[in-house]
Design a protein around this ligand. Structure first.
Ligand code: G3P
Length: 254
């Protein structure tokens, strides 16, 4: 079964105003996007529901919405958090978990990210699970050990069927927001190793069917060569998802 190309736009804590957010979403809603691609945008928590409502009001059921994070509990005294159950109730189908900014700035461990992943999957959400090494880890030759540790935390918590709800985003930390995109060969090498890991740790069919997307300074210019790699099944785009360039990235296979 061919893996469907997947392009996510992670707006992070952008844009600064509602007016800009509306403009961004309206532009995307009106764009001519490749129908053979899954397109998901992740606005800040404050804008998640309004973004879904705006897409609906524009008659666009093609672009899906993701949250950028969620907690492990469904409700309760957890100030500042959003629950997976609340996202599911709001009909938000995806959540990004384990982004390197959460792991580093907000001290999320692999075990905690795995718990969140399990909670999100149990609630019926699909998860864009981010993994990736820092520059120091790459230079120390530990890239594969790092991504395997991040995935190993998740493996015991999910059944083989539940992996169909996971998209893995390989995002080398050194490439995020730096303009230093990984070369196609660098990214392909790690993607192939992740697929090999899934084959051994879960099953060959999960390895074959799981989308592994690349994130880190993806641009319109870098996208075609990256997308031509056999184990790169799409992108998680940060900065460029706030620009018209995002449309060209979605349409890279056309
Ligand atoms: O999640 C996307 C990401 O971290 C990459 O960001 O700005 O380098 O495309 P950017």
């Amino acid at each position: 079964m061919a893996r469907k190309f997947f392009v996510g736009g992670n707006f992070k804590m952008n844009p600064a105003t509602r007016a800009e957010k509306v403009k961004l979403v309206e532009t995307l809603a009106a764009a001519d996007l490749d129908p053979n691609v899954d397109v998901v945008i992740a606005p800040p928590a404050l804008y998640v529901i309004p973004t879904a409502e705006l897409l609906k009001a524009k008659g666009n059921s093609f672009v899906k919405v993701a949250a950028q994070n969620c907690y492990i509990k469904s409700s309760g005294a957890f100030t500042g958090e959003t629950s997976p159950a609340q996202l599911a109730d709001a009909e938000i189908p995806y959540v990004i978990l384990g982004h390197s900014e959460r792991r580093t700035l907000f001290h999320e461990t692999s075990a905690f990210v795995a718990q969140k992943t399990k909670a999100a999957i149990d609630t019926g959400l699909s998860v864009i699970l981010c993994i990736g090494e820092t520059l120091a880890e790459r230079e120390a030759g530990t890239t594969l050990a790092v991504v395997e540790e991040q995935l190993n935390a998740v493996v015991p918590l999910l059944s083989a069927e539940e992996w169909s709800k996971i998209v893995i985003a390989y995002e080398p930390v050194w490439a995020i927001g730096t303009g230093k995109v990984a070369t196609a060969a660098q990214a392909q090498e790690v993607h192939a190793a992740i697929r090999n890991f899934l084959s051994k740790a879960v099953s060959p069919s999960v390895a074959e069917n799981t989308r592994i997307i690349y994130g880190g300074s993806v641009s319109e210019k870098a996208a075609p060569e990256l997308a031509s790699q056999p184990d790169i099944d799409g992108f998680l785009v940060g900065g460029a998802s706030l620009k018209p360039e995002f449309i060209a990235i979605v349409n890279v296979l056309r």
